[in-house]
Design a protein around this ligand. Structure first.
Ligand SMILES: NC(=O)c1ccc[n+]([C@@H]2O[C@H](COP(=O)([O-])OP(=O)(O)OC[C@H]3O[C@@H](n4cnc5c(N)ncnc54)[C@H](OP(=O)(O)O)[C@@H]3O)[C@@H](O)[C@H]2O)c1
Length: 337
């Protein structure tokens, strides 16, 4: 690989993850999509190498990313082995368990049985001795919170993970879990939640609760799976866009009200000389409580565009005001249709 540290850290701007000693880059690369068995191995490799060379030291995975489940971890493990092994200490590699991974009662949820065997399987696919962050991927109401916390703490004590986090937990449950983990000596350093201009729920109290609790926030899908990009302002959805290729972004999401919002946001972006995608990313990063934005990229050009934005001037108060007005208009249309 890949150039010596030359250039990798010049953009800097790492952000401290909650009250922990770990810093993360403002943009992290997620492998939920574009790294399955049907996707191009060479493109995936180019994306990961480019990301690391441009200072994206944090890669976000989960046991079930693919398709099929496990494929993204296996793909990343191969790239680690061939290209990135000498750089392991410069990287933060995260994985998760919490969704269905194998048949039967032990392949899903939040039990000690599931979490620890899933983490072992992830390490095998990743060809690693440890991950940097191990997350519980979603709350499991059928398992006592203390059992899930105990399994996460065990992952740290056994050396399989350096840090632990949670994902998709509502604010009160997140704080409860953080208290349990703190008592077990494995502090919850990060919460991963959906956050974008089209999904502003984290602004309704979650971020305000995490910051004082010393928990960082990884904002996932900051482009709303690509919806917040100029491609959806065209009359027809391009055939290579996620909406045309994946069930996770159904066409019903592109309502006339959303189209109007995209146009209004694009006008703000154009005044800054940026794309809509870049504006959407900068909006997520405007809050100091956001440690990192976990993006996806299908091409190296997409990744370059987003990384260029991360070092651009932050949004001004006037720009934030225009964006708020555009979003308020969307909210108004949503409640009146
Ligand atoms: N914890 C959880 O429950 C959870 C859930 C979901 C995601 N995540 C994490 O968050 C990561 C990111 O999720 P995401 O893929 O939905 O993120 P996203 O950044 O909102 O969407 C990524 C998609 O946007 C499009 N795109 C990216 N850059 C672009 C650009 N410059 N111009 C035009 N289009 C661009 C591409 O889609 P096209 O193919 O349409 O071009 C790309 O695949 C995941 O990989 C995963 O690590 C976590």
């Amino acid at each position: 690989m890949t150039n010596e540290a030359g250039g990798r850290y010049d953009g800097g701007r790492f952000r401290r993850c909650g009250a922990s000693g770990l810093s993360l880059p403002p943009v992290s690369l997620g492998l939920w999509q574009n790294f399955g068995d049907e996707d191009s191995t060479e493109t995936g490799r180019a994306i990961i190498r480019l990301a690391f060379d441009r200072g994206v030291t944090h890669v976000d995975l989960a046991n079930n990313y693919g398709p099929p489940p496990g494929a993204a971890e296996a793909a990343f493990g191969r790239i680690m082995a061939t290209d990135l092994k000498p750089f392991r200490d410069e990287m933060v590699i995260a994985t998760k368990a919490g969704y269905r991974m194998w048949p039967g009662p032990y392949g899903d949820g939040g039990s000690r049985k599931y979490l620890l065997s899933s983490l072992d399987a992830s390490l095998r696919r990743l060809q690693l001795d440890y991950v940097d962050i191990f997350y519980h991927h979603r709350p499991d109401p059928a398992t006592p919170l203390a059992e899930t916390a105990g399994a996460l703490a065990q992952a740290v004590r056994s050396g399989r993970a350096l840090y632990v986090g949670i994902s998709n937990y509502p604010a009160p449950l997140a704080v409860e879990m953080a208290d349990l983990l703190q008592a077990l000596g494995a502090p919850c350093i990060i919460h991963q939640g959906r956050y974008s201009l089209l999904d502003r729920g984290a602004d309704d109290g979650l971020l305000d609760r995490l910051e004082p609790a010393g928990i960082g926030f990884a904002a996932f899908s900051p482009l709303a799976q690509g919806l917040l990009t100029d491609k959806y302002r065209q009359p027809a959805t391009p055939p290579d866009a996620r909406m045309a290729r994946s069930t996770t972004l159904p066409p019903e999401r592109l309502t006339p009200a959303v189209r109007a919002l995209l146009d209004a946001l694009a006008a703000v972006a154009q005044r800054r000389g940026q794309s809509l995608a870049q504006l959407a990313l900068l909006w997520v990063l405007r809050r100091p409580a956001v440690t990192t934005a976990v993006i996806g990229a299908r091409t190296t050009a997409q990744l370059n565009e987003l990384l260029d934005a991360a070092t651009a001037a932050p949004l001004s108060d006037d720009e934030c005001q225009s964006i708020r007005a555009a979003c308020a208009d969307l909210d108004h249309r949503r409640t009146n249709t």
